[in-house]
Ligand binder design. Structure first.
Ligand code: SAH
Length: 397
């Protein structure tokens, strides 16, 4: 099988080159050239690589690929938010899995939300992804491939930005990457860590480490390694202030309770006022949204350079949770703010239409099941791969 070069780090590229018979003294330089084409220029074929000899290009073309996930559906909301439904190449069982990706443009930045797994093993009770079956880890190629697809759609390659009549204020469209799509990134460190390093490499995709955020439900043993091996920013899906409530919302808490989780946060490498941990807190009516919760939250986070993101709950069919009342969310935010922590409320858009992370995929699977039924009834109705309209969650500062 041909080797996909996307998602490979420099030493692996050098190994591939060795396999193609490139002499040892040339490998480093050739790997550097490939790196530049793959991650700085966004090359899709070896023909484009004008500074690599025709001979080597032919060998690369014969034995290697530059593969991106397939775009099944693409959507843009009135506010500029974009969604992609991506389909990955067949895995070892011949299965082609799908995941969603979201881009949220703001005035001074653009955030791409990517997935680390198809499905999730965590079963958080308020999360729709948790109700879908576990499928598999994404490879580093599939994780980086998501970013390449987004950059292609947005024209977010340096050479294109340089000649764009209307370049983005930040000099690039994608300024931030968050691992907040499907899956638990710290259960897929073998692929997520290399992907973080590729994203942050100054000669390639060159995102600032401060703008790559890995969100975890709290896989405590992997937290120090995340800091040491990637330097990425840490986000914790906290959602509760007592073990009793968190055990119910995030079952992983039974394995790694609050005290251990917060100790790992305190020890996270490189924390400062400029490098804070983000604590995500989904607002669930009558579950975790009392004033006592807000005060307990302040106590828990004392001494940790932190900010809190308050996320109004996005309901989904079959959930027994409800979103907190707006007044309660504001009161909660006020208490946390007064306690000295920034606590922006993320304003949801299109809440009525199943637009939160992990939901695009289930929608398309539902439609596919319906289409299969329609076909087997010989009804011939083509519902296509229509996806739910409207936007996801917007961030606020
Ligand atoms: N497994 C990682 C990455 C997923 S990030 C983690 O848990 O952090 C996705 C974020 O969206 C998490 O903070 C998750 O708790 C939150 N989320 C999941 N379902 C939601 C819903 N229905 N409404 C609002 N936020 C939700």
């Amino acid at each position: 099988m041909n080797t996909n070069l996307v998602g490979l780090e420099r030493p692996q590229l050098m190994q591939v080159l060795a396999g193609l018979g490139v002499p040892e003294r040339q490998r480093k330089m050739r790997a550097q050239q490939l790196w530049h084409w793959l991650y700085h220029r966004g090359a899709k074929s070896f023909d484009e690589m004008t500074n690599i000899s025709r001979d080597l290009c032919a060998k690369l073309a014969a034995l290697c690929t530059i593969e991106r996930p397939e775009v099944v559906a693409r959507q843009k909301s009135v506010d500029g938010t974009r969604k992609w439904l991506l389909r990955f190449a067949p895995d070892e069982h011949g299965q082609r899995h799908e995941a969603e990706m979201v881009f949220i443009p703001e005035e001074d930045r653009g955030t791409l939300c990517i997935s680390s797994q198809v499905g999730c093993t965590l079963n958080c009770t308020f999360c729709n992804t948790g109700t879908q079956r576990w499928v598999r880890n994404l490879t580093a190629a599939e994780i980086i491939g998501q970013v390449l697809v987004a950059k292609d759609t947005l024209g977010d390659w340096p050479a294109l930005i340089a000649t764009s009549p209307n370049p983005p204020a930040a000099g690039r469209h994608i300024t931030n990457i968050v691992f907040m799509g499907m899956g638990e990134p710290l259960y897929n460190t073998d692929n997520v860590f290399p992907a973080c390093r590729i994203l942050a490499d100054g000669e390639g995709l060159s995102l600032s480490k401060r703008r790559i955020t890995v969100s975890t439900a709290g896989v405590v043993p992997e937290i120090p390694r995340l800091g040491e091996e990637t330097g990425a920013m840490l986000a914790i899906s906290l959602h509760a202030t007592t073990d009793e409530v968190r055990d119910r919302l995030v079952p992983l808490n039974r394995k790694y309770p609050l005290e251990e989780l917060l100790a790992a946060c305190r020890a996270y490498p490189g924390l400062s006022n400029a490098k804070r941990i983000t604590f995500e807190y989904v607002m669930l009516k009558g579950v975790n949204d009392s004033e006592a919760d807000a005060r307990r939250l302040l106590k828990l986070l004392k001494g940790i350079p932190a900010k809190v993101n308050l996320i109004p709950f996005n309901p989904w069919p079959g959930t027994h949770y409800e979103c907190s009342e707006w007044d309660d969310i504001e009161r909660f935010a006020e208490i946390v703010n007064e306690g000295g922590l920034a606590a922006p409320i993320r304003t949801p858009r299109g809440r009525d239409i199943m637009a939160a992370c992990g939901q695009l995929k289930s929608e398309s699977e539902r439609l596919r099941a319906r289409r299969r039924r329609a076909t087997s009834n010989d009804a011939g109705a083509d519902v296509g791969t229509k996806v739910s309209s409207g936007a996801i969650i917007s961030t606020s500062r």
